[in-house]
Write a protein that binds this ligand. Structure first.
Ligand SMILES: Cc1ncc(COP(=O)(O)O)c(C=O)c1O
Length: 421
């Protein structure tokens, strides 16, 4: 067996050849952006590329109304404004997610109530049930790493039964589906990031979808003024009178970003089917090691977008080798894209959610009480090893080299029961 690079052996792959490059900017992408550059670089209403993207994205998800914005964070903020949250309202949120699934709430005065995860890192219905109070107004779901929340139907029924809004953060899950329905079509509203790393990207951008005219009108007034709200809110609606100013913010998307996002979107289904093939290959390669838990790759009910491939590393089975040591050995082999995500983690202890009154005293007159523990989310967070999922057929060599590198270190561990020589 060859020496591990961490012990002075030769790395499996040259770092320069081991990068995950995303998005792939093709001639087609360049043409789409240049065409938009000569058409319009600021759009005040939903004409041109803005309306085109909103319609095509809404149709794909079988939703009526789409609203682009300048980021996923803004799109999530628009959902919170859309449902008219008031100070003191409670919103049940996933404890394990990227902070922006929840952080815009802090601009409304509402209180995030964190719920534990299921074994896939998504919010758990059992935990949601224990968080319900008479002040609960909404539930937020994030489909983490592209894996649809398996309990989404139950969560939908729970929300209906208790008169709660269901909001989906689909920023990892463009094109993911469950029970043949796309994620983003279960909630009262859903939001996607179109930021640079995302499966559909304009570099920066976000979009919210809903069927609910009230949510849409409020979201529209939050980030847009004059032409858009004037054209799109019926003059008989109470919100119409605010069209000239909106609510004082401007969250409009940039047309060049949306031109790129639209060009990417036209390939979404092909991206997902190629990622599915690579995910299957990963699972086959890693499934038999006792210290790995691989994600469910083939299921008739669930289609992940494979925003990332999450390999869980079980330190009880790894002969005393920690996840960090294992990943360092992979990095030494040149597998620089293997990651232990730091910024996506448990939110309950973050200062924004504990010392909220210090940063937002106008909306919070006391700290939000300490919440926890979250044993399942904690275990998931402490086990995650994240791999990118390559998206193009011509990337099979890099996929092979990542598999070889991971197998090299994992085989060594199996044989020596340590990473030492
Ligand atoms: C789950 C999730 N929600 C929201 C966001 C925020 O999106 P944006 O960066 O476009 O504001 C991100 C960004 O990474 C995310 O991963």
């Amino acid at each position: 067996m060859s020496y591990l690079a961490v012990n002075g052996g030769t790395p499996v792959v040259d770092i320069e050849k081991a990068k995950f490059e995303w998005p792939r900017i093709t001639d087609e992408s360049e043409k789409a952006v240049v065409k938009q550059l000569h058409t319009s670089i600021s759009i005040y209403d939903n004409s041109g590329i803005i309306g085109e993207f909103e319609k095509i994205f809404a149709d794909y998800h079988n939703r009526k109304l789409g609203l682009l914005s300048n980021s996923g964070t803004s799109a999530i903020f628009s959902m919170f404004e859309g449902i008219g949250l008031m100070p003191g309202d409670e919103v049940i949120c996933p404890v394990y997610t990227f902070h922006a699934s929840v952080s815009p709430l802090i601009n409304t005065g509402a209180i995030p109530i964190f719920a534990d995860s299921d074994e896939f890192g998504n919010i758990s219905i059992d935990s949601i049930k224990t968080k319900l109070t008479p002040r609960t107004k909404a539930v937020v779901v994030t489909h983490m790493w592209g894996t649809p929340t398996k309990d989404i139907n139950k969560i939908q029924i729970f929300c209906r039964d208790h008169n709660l809004f269901l909001l989906e953060d689909c920023s990892h899950a463009h094109g993911s589906s469950i029970y043949t329905k796309k994620v983003g079509s279960f909630g009262d509203a859903a939001a996607w990031s179109l930021q640079g790393q995302k499966t559909i990207t304009g570099g920066e951008g976000g979009i919210m979808l809903t069927d609910n005219t009230k949510i849409f009108n409020r979201a529209l007034l939050q980030g847009h003024y004059n032409k858009r709200p004037k054209n799109e809110i019926s003059s008989s609606e109470t919100e119409y009178k605010f069209f000239l100013t909106g609510m004082g913010l401007k969250l409009r998307a940039h047309p060049l970003a949306i031109a790129l996002a639209l060009q990417q979107f036209n390939h979404l289904d092909t991206f997902i089917s190629q990622r599915q093939k690579y995910a299957n290959i990963f699972t086959k390669a890693f499934n038999d090691y006792p210290f790995f838990t691989t994600p469910e790759t083939i299921s008739k009910d669930i289609q992940s977008s494979w925003y990332a491939y999450i390999l869980l590393f079980n330190e009880n089975e790894s002969f005393g080798v920690s996840r960090e040591e294992f990943v360092s050995a992979l990095h030494a082999e040149g597998l620089i894209e293997v990651d232990i995500p730091g910024s996506t983690g448990l939110l309950n202890e973050l200062p924004l959610f504990t010392k909220t009154n210090e940063i937002m005293p106008r909306l919070y007159n006391k700290p939000i009480y300490s919440q926890g523990p979250y044993p399942i989310a904690d275990k998931f967070y402490n086990s995650v090893i994240k791999l990118p999922v390559w998206t193009f057929e011509d990337e099979y060599k890099i996929v092979d080299s990542y598999i070889s590198g991971i197998q090299k270190v994992a085989d060594h561990l199996m044989e020596h029961k340590s990473l030492a020589e």
